[in-house]
Design a protein around this ligand. Sequence first.
Ligand code: BGC
Length: 416
Amino acid sequence: MTKKNFPAGFLWGASTASHQVEGDTNNQWSAWETATANSRASGKHSALAKLANWPNIKDQVADPANYISGKGVQHYDRFTEDFDLLQQLNLNSLRFGIEWARIEPAEGEWDQAEIDHYKKYILELRQRGIEPILNIWHWTNPIWFEQRGGFAKRKNLVYFEKFVTKLSQELLSDVGYVLTINEANNYMTFSYLLGSWPPQKHNPVTAMRVYYNLMLAHRICYKVIKADHPNILIGAAHQATANVALNPHNPLLRGLAKLSDYFWDEWFYDRINDSQDFVGMNFYFINYIGMKGLQNPSEPLNDLGWYMEPSAIYKVLMRLSKRYNKPIMITENGVADADDKFRQWWIEETIKALQQARADGADVIGYMHWSLLDNFEWAYGWWPKFGLIAVDRANGMKRTVRSSAKWYAAKIKSLQ
Ligand code: BGC
């Protein structure tokens, strides 16, 4: 395998999401954070207390401020500085989000200043030779939309369609790639089935409805955007997981692994396949399925306690490549690692796996590492650190490029 196994123009990038970095967002998540920060800080944290790094995180876990996205990492104001860093890291692309609630703060009211902000954002990327990969929806809704029932009601898709139409008219003239919906599977699970994210529902029927409606929302994006911009390439940032039988000779376990693949990611991809130009996938997990359920090895674990086997991305790439026969973009992939102990290894293993998958016929077109910057990790808050660039929120939001990021920068230079 030659180093040139990555073609010129391969997208080497990083990922962010508006709510997790911008600061001062006003949506159903920020409202929920304020309403629940105290109770969540004082709640029981038995799962987290089992983590090896519990002594380092326990004060933050018990601090209500940990649960408030607040000023974010001020990416909204400091994006040009962050783009300079991106350029220094030899990255040629950025996957980023836009915040619906900024653009349409009340139903049918468009905020032109916010639209212009994102226009400038895209222009500044272009001026640095960085390919903008725009993600439309990443779990946050304007409060007015949430109050009408959000994606649990099919009739609300008309609001989403109006927003996407506006977006298509105003913001996409200089964009080559669009991602539509981020991880509909995780959102429906945590917001509507397990009830740990807003709006904290525990209803399997509603969860299925939300999942179905988000699939329709993807299709709406495709239809609307392609009519205006036939050349834009469109995919979803869906979470794809490697499910494998702990004992590969056991047909029952193999069957369960296949079923898990189907219900976790293929159900959605199958239904959008005539409306996706490439398969977008976020990869974090491998699940070893045994007779006792999930039986992953006990190490190595990242700071969130997630078992790490980065090379398992190969299995997912080959599976999705065979099933859909389309280009694949890795739209997220990374590791919670405050001490930067594992990140370089993780990226190195991942790049090897991408190389192998390409050699074996998977048309992998890009890799967006999660994340460019340390960011707000949803219900966990601020303590998990996913950034190539560390951000010290207590000291003027100082940015520091982590060693693993410098290694990544040198590596991709050698591959280009
Ligand atoms: C989400 C990101 C999140 C990351 C790490 C993905 O599921 O799309 O928003 O930060 O995982 O947990």
